[in-house]
Design a protein around this ligand. Sequence first.
Ligand SMILES: [Zn+2]
Length: 120
Amino acid sequence: MRRKQDDIHIKRMADLLRQGATLTDLSCPVCASPLFRLQDGTLWCGKDEKKVIIVKEGEETPQTSTNSVMDKLEATLMAKVQDLQGKIERTNNVEELGKLTTALSELLSSLEKARRMKKS
Ligand SMILES: [Zn+2]
């Protein structure tokens, strides 16, 4: 059985969508219900019926230390990728080419992991 309160909430959300608001993947910091973006760009909580200002997580708690380590790692890995790329270009040896491309793909996956760690 659905509570009356929920019905009102759903009706409000439907009204917002009809008015041209779009549903975002953000949630309200107060009630955790999904937020809407109004046509003027304002974030709106349909449940609380008020404007919401979201502070981006990265701005609130900057992970400077992790990021700077990852930046260095990324630069090192990129240099190695370039080095390998040059070697791959120069070699005519099939066996060597195999080793180089394996090393390259491992480097690229490490690079991807370093970048992922930086984001989270
Ligand atoms: Zn809310």
